[in-house]
Design a protein around this ligand. Structure first.
Ligand SMILES: CC(C)(COP(=O)(O)OP(=O)(O)OC[C@H]1O[C@@H](n2cnc3c(N)ncnc32)[C@H](O)[C@@H]1OP(=O)(O)O)[C@@H](O)C(=O)NCCC(=O)NCCS
Length: 179
């Protein structure tokens, strides 16, 4: 049985469930081509797309698709998003951050707390994430969060902002009782 958490607090951050009123702040990074470059979707062009995606996420929470916005204490404005999807004995996660806040350890701080939460849930033995093989910042976040690179997934995912040809990705994971 999962103990879901609506809110996590770290040294500098609060991770909380998003509200519809966050749409404008989320649009600020979800519309930035540099932030969305490695995603499997295109940059948002209108805030209404963010609102629709938030509404979808609200419905998905009960089925194990969790997402939280990152806020820097004491400000409540989102600077990024981290999402985690639980399926059977495994959970995968992903994240993105407003470019203004890159390079200050925020993604790692958020990933560590979400990985810790997921791996300590009864029944979850594996927490994993993939990243494009050229997304070195993301690979580093995964390493710093205690995941281990298990290998290269060839032709794993189309990144429409780069090419229509599926690209390779690294598979990172942390398993219970090991690295
Ligand atoms: C990936 C991302 C979330 C990282 O956020 P962040 O808060 O800047 O990450 P952190 O500061 O916690 O750590 C970044 C690490 O990557 C390193 N890094 C950054 N750019 C790098 C590059 N081009 N090459 C190698 N390392 C790089 C940093 O030096 C840092 O490592 P260090 O602490 O050992 O110095 C952010 O860049 C982002 O939102 N990118 C776009 C969305 C994305 O790609 N999400 C991941 C999809 S899998």
């Amino acid at each position: 049985m999962l103990t879901t958490s609506e809110r996590f607090t770290t040294e500098r951050l609060v991770l909380r469930r998003p509200h519809l009123s966050d749409a404008e702040a989320i649009f600020e990074y979800a519309s930035n081509p540099k932030v969305i470059h490695y995603m499997d979707y295109c940059p948002r062009t209108d805030v209404s797309e963010v609102i629709k995606s938030l509404q979808d996420k609200f419905k998905q929470w009960e089925s194990g698709n969790f997402s939280w916005v990152l806020t820097i204490k004491p400000d409540d404005r989102p600077i990024g998003t981290i999402a985690c999807c639980v399926e059977g004995h495994a959970a995968d996660f992903g994240y993105l951050l407003n470019q203004k806040y890159w390079g200050q350890g925020y993604a790692t701080e958020a990933a560590i707390v979400v990985v810790q939460w997921a791996i300590s849930q009864p029944g979850i033995y594996r927490v994993w994430a993939t990243c494009d093989t050229e997304n070195l910042a993301s690979a580093r976040v995964l390493e710093k969060s205690g995941l281990v690179c298990e290998g290269r997934l060839r032709c794993y995912q189309v990144r429409p902002n780069i090419s229509a040809i599926p690209r390779d990705a690294f598979m990172y994971a942390k398993v219970r009782g090991a690295g």
